[in-house]
Design a protein around this ligand. Structure first.
Ligand SMILES: NC(=O)c1ccc[n+]([C@@H]2O[C@H](COP(=O)([O-])OP(=O)(O)OC[C@H]3O[C@@H](n4cnc5c(N)ncnc54)[C@H](O)[C@@H]3O)[C@@H](O)[C@H]2O)c1
Length: 225
């Protein structure tokens, strides 16, 4: 499906849970060789903290030629409080560092990267200053990439809305969570698989002329009045 060549390698950061895990599962179903990086060990994965350049370099050395990259790992907006620049570095700096390390390996023609931003980067303000700013930075960095590494390599991003992942456990039952679902044109939270399908499309040869987009995967939250 989507024109993938069987056995090509994809790295999914933060692939042990939520959106990353769904992306890894779908990629495997589509015939790709999946390498998951996460803070925790999972079958078929490695412990790679995307904030650690040595770990990232070792990860690429171990992975062999990587055609597809999904920069999905990042700190939660509701997680431990971070200073603004520390949050930006963990959110957007890690995406730049992993992507630069990948580009230095010389990915083959037809490679592609998808970065996971958020509606918090283009639509919604959150309690966390660095989260919204970091996700907006990822979108800007994606546009930079799209103009600098094409035509050999494409770069796109997704902006998930409210996706029911372990990170968001219980949120759907809070007053805010219920209100968001009620206002959403699709009348439900997103599923990790909804985002995974968009990520795999953007990576795939079927999206050969799609470059530099920020694709909302939010059920229409962006266009809700
Ligand atoms: N769930 C949502 O509603 C939502 C909305 C918009 C954007 N996002 C974004 O989607 C991505 C995935 O979120 P999720 O909801 O699936 O979260 P999740 O917590 O279910 O999964 C995130 C995974 O990333 C890993 N991770 C975190 N920091 C890491 C690091 N430094 N190095 C390697 N791995 C790391 C975690 O261990 C975890 O397995 C994040 O970038 C998040 O900001 C999520």
């Amino acid at each position: 499906m989507n024109g993938f060549i069987e056995g090509e390698t994809i790295v999914v950061t933060g692939g042990a849970s939520g959106i990353g895990a769904a992306t890894a599962t779908l990629a495997a179903r589509l015939g790709l060789r999946v390498v998951v990086w996460d803070l925790a060990q999972v079958p078929g994965g490695s412990i790679v903290d995307v904030r650690d350049p040595d770990a990232v370099a070792a990860g690429f050395a171990a992975a062999g030629p990587v055609r597809y990259l999904v920069n999905n790992a990042g700190p939660a907006s509701g997680g431990p409080a971070l200073a603004f620049t520390d949050g930006l570095t963990a959110t957007a700096g890690s995406v730049e560092a992993v992507t630069s390390a990948w580009l230095a390996t010389g990915p083959p023609d037809g490679s592609a990267v998808v970065n996971v931003a958020s509606v918090a980067g283009n639509l919604v303000g959150t309690d966390s200053a660095w989260y919204s700013a970091g996700k907006a930075a990822i979108a800007g960095y994606t546009r930079h990439l799209a103009t600098r590494i094409a035509p050999r390599i494409r770069a796109n991003a997704v902006a998930p809305g409210f996706i029911d992942t372990p990170r968001m456990a219980g949120f759907a039952d809070t007053p805010l969570g219920r209100a968001l679902v009620e206002r959403n044109p699709m009348r439900r939270a997103g599923r990790p698989e909804d985002v995974a399908a968009a990520v795999l499309f953007l990576l795939s040869p079927a999206a050969a002329y799609v470059n530099g987009v920020l694709l909302p995967v939010d059920g229409g939250w962006v266009v809700t009045q």
